[in-house]
Design a binder for this molecule. Structure first.
Ligand SMILES: O=C(CO)COP(=O)(O)O
Length: 252
């Protein structure tokens, strides 16, 4: 089977100020040496997106961390996918576990946001993952199946959609899933995508792993079957760490 091109995505979450954009500048400078290995994406806080797009040019893609489902309207504090596209943003995370937990986003809301991303011409990075309690109860694959069914709209293509598997208990905890856990979850996601969208699309949609990815574990995690890249939180805040993760992407 042909492997998909690796995508290494950084999610800065609610971290970083204008000075932190210097880290993005360093990633941009390193990109020519990384382009044989992977595509690069950085998702800074919304307030930095415009400047980030300018700094990134065509070498690093810039993504939002969330969008509203509607194209405009009375939604104080929210940002439409169209607004992201308008300033040159090309990707958006939807359904991150922190959005699901902090803002009560259901699968139906996440699905509406993915549709909004497509409507605006953005790539939707749809995030799923089980909690520690769900894993302990042996419900991991049930939860992933339910999230995939509810969060992914019909009409997924490899160009429009990326799936990110982020076990909630591995986010920001330093705990990473074992290779066997990651392999099992990614194989399940692949099978689910293939069953619903057909083999060609199901195999071509990139599936990222996220949860305490760092330079020291990147090679192992990125080497797992059906792992097409990483969604990196804490380690994406420092250019050196992010670049080191990219250097561990397998060269296909
Ligand atoms: O949630 C994540 C990325 O979206 C992962 O965060 P950490 O890499 O900090 O665990």
């Amino acid at each position: 089977m042909m492997s998909n091109r690796t995508l290494i995505a950084g999610n800065w979450k609610m971290n970083g100020d204008r000075a932190a954009l210097a880290e993005l500048g360093r990633i941009v400078a390193a990109q020519p040496n990384l382009s044989a290995r992977c595509d690069l994406l950085i998702c800074p806080p919304a307030i930095l997106l415009s400047e980030a797009v300018t700094i990134a040019g065509s070498s690093v893609a810039i993504g939002g961390q969330d969008c509203h489902a509607d194209p405009s309207g009375a939604h104080t504090g929210d940002i439409a996918a169209e607004m992201l596209a308008d300033i040159g943003v090309t990707h958006v995370l939807v359904g991150h576990s922190e959005r699901r937990a902090d803002h009560g986003e259901s699968d139906a809301v996440v699905r509406a946001k993915a549709l909004a991303a497509w409507r605006a011409g953005l790539v939707a990075i749809v995030c799923i993952g089980e909690t520690e309690d769900e894993r302990s109860a042996g419900q991991t694959l049930d939860i992933l199946g339910r999230q995939l069914a509810g969060s992914l709209p019909d009409g997924v293509t490899a160009a429009s959609t990326v799936v990110a598997y982020e076990p909630v208990w591995a986010i920001g905890t330093g705990k990473t899933a074992t290779v066997a856990d990651v392999e099992e979850a990614h194989a399940f996601i692949r099978t689910t995508l293939t069953a619903r969208f057909g083999a060609a699309i199901g195999c071509a949609v990139r599936i990222l792993y996220g949860g305490s990815v760092k330079p020291s574990n990147a090679a192992e995690l990125l080497g797992v079957r059906n792992v097409d890249g990483a969604l990196v939180g804490g380690a994406s805040l420092k250019a050196d760490d992010f670049i080191a993760i990219c250097q561990n992407a397998p060269q296909h």
